[in-house]
Each structure stands twice: as C-alpha cells, then as structure tokens.
Ligand binder design. Structure first.
Ligand code: SAM
Length: 223
C-alpha cells in the first residue's frame, strides 16, 4: 500500500501552537525574552546550577532568556559571557558577542575576558539553522556540541558543570559517550517546557575528569 505523504506543520498550525503555548504566555507575563527561560529554570530548580558569584558562559544565547535567568540567579554577583550569531540585546550583567562560536575569534573573545579565570558553568543551547536534511542538520548540531564540550573541558573549574542541548537520534549515543568520558557524572534532563514532540533533551555533565589546571590552551590551539 502506498504510504501517505508526511504532513508538514503549516504556518497557521505553528502560529496556533505558539499563541496557545502556556510557556509563551508565561514568558510574556514574566518578562522573559523567550519560553526557553523555563527550561533552564526547571533544570536549575532540580540541579542547583546557578549561584551568586559564578562565571557563566552562555553559548547560543539569543534572544537572551537564559542570560536573564543567569543574571537573576547570580544576583548581580559574578559574570555572564554570552555568544550568539544573532545579537543579544544589551542586558545589565551580561557581556555579549555577536559572533560564530565555531570561529577562532569567538574563542579569543572569551579568552580575553576570562584571562586565567575559570568557568563555573558552561551552557549551550546552540542549534544550527535547519536545512531540512535531517542527517546533515543532526551532524551540524553535534559539531557545535563537540566544540562546546571541548571549550567546557578546557575552561571549567574542577567542580564545574556543562549543560548542553542535544537531539536524540543519530549521533546522540556517541556524544553521550564523549560526555561520560569527560565528566564524572552525566545526567539527561527533559524539562516540561521542552515540547514532548521534540527529540530535544539536555545533557548535564558535572565535575570534569581532566585536570583543568593544565588543560587551558590558547584559542589558536583549540581551532
Ligand atoms: N537559550 C536561548 C535563550 O534562552 O534565549 C535560546 C537559544 S536558540 C534555541 C539557539 C541559538 O543558537 C540561536 O539563537 C542561534 O543563532 C544560535 N547558534 C547557532 N549556531 C551558532 C553558532 N555557530 N555560534 C553561536 N550561536 C549559534
């Protein structure tokens, strides 16, 4: 029997979901720049990642709702360094770069700000623009995840943590193994604010296995 063609979500169906989404409404009421804020809030409520005085690096930060959450939780004590291809509108307590994390210039920007200081928490909510070719999109996504992981293991404090958005499917198990090799503890989180139909989950790595004291290298060595 011939298979029915797969239905794609029409623009109006997407718009209907968007305007009826309780997290979208809540974000508007609470003043968050996007519904993604609730994913980090929920993970933080469980895992206690964000504390005053921390240095946090937020990769794929635009429009900036994770930055908002980080600034609130840090209570203005500490630093938030944010990078995105898109601009993050200015926010007190956040230093941001409109740039491509895959480029050496982004690492240099971070390195210049961190100097020899270490990072308590690396967040990566990066997701590449979808080309529509599933395998290619998945591969590009995991390239970003691997670069973020590489940054995290080089810059995290010994008790630091790395939270990264991944999509289940091709490449997931391989990346999870890389996380397990890099961190003492690795957990999977699927916050309620992450849509059920999405294969998106977050991997949380804690306590890097490497001795970070000798691990920091220059941006040029990392690229
Ligand atoms: N966490 C954000 C928030 O709370 O507002 C939402 C992040 S959004 C889901 C994913 C972001 O990843 C996009 O803004 C996109 O521009 C960014 N991104 C994708 N590839 C990137 C790259 N190579 N370098 C920097 N940012 C990138």
């Amino acid at each position: 029997m011939a298979q029915k063609p797969k239905r794609t979500k029409s623009g109006s169906a997407w718009m209907h979901e968007h305007v009826t989404d309780p997290y979208v409404k809540k974000a508007q009421m609470d003043g968050y720049r996007s519904r993604a804020a609730y994913k980090l809030l929920e993970i933080d409520a469980r895992d206690r990642l964000l504390k005053p005085g921390m240095t946090v690096v937020d990769l794929g930060a635009a429009p900036g709702s994770w930055c908002q959450v980080a600034v609130q939780k840090l209570k203005r004590q500490g630093r938030v360094l944010a990078i995105d291809l898109l601009p993050v509108a200015p926010m007190p307590g956040v230093e941001s770069l409109e740039g491509d994390f895959t480029q050496a210039s982004a690492l240099t920007w971070l390195e210049d700000r961190l100097q020899s200081g270490r990072v308590d928490l690396v967040l990566s909510d990066m997701a590449p623009n979808i080309s529509g070719v599933g395998l290619r999109d998945q591969a590009r996504h995991y390239e970003l995840c691997e670069l973020a992981l590489d940054f995290a293991v080089h810059w995290l404090k010994p008790d630091g943590a790395f939270l990264v958005k991944v999509f289940q499917g091709v490449g997931f198990e391989d990346f999870r193994r890389q996380m397990q090799a890099a961190f003492t503890q690795v957990a999977i989180r699927k916050p309620d604010a992450s849509r059920d139909r999405s294969s998106e989950v977050y991997l949380l790595g804690r306590s890097p296995r490497v001795n970070t004291d000798s691990a920091v290298t220059s941006a040029s060595e990392q690229v």
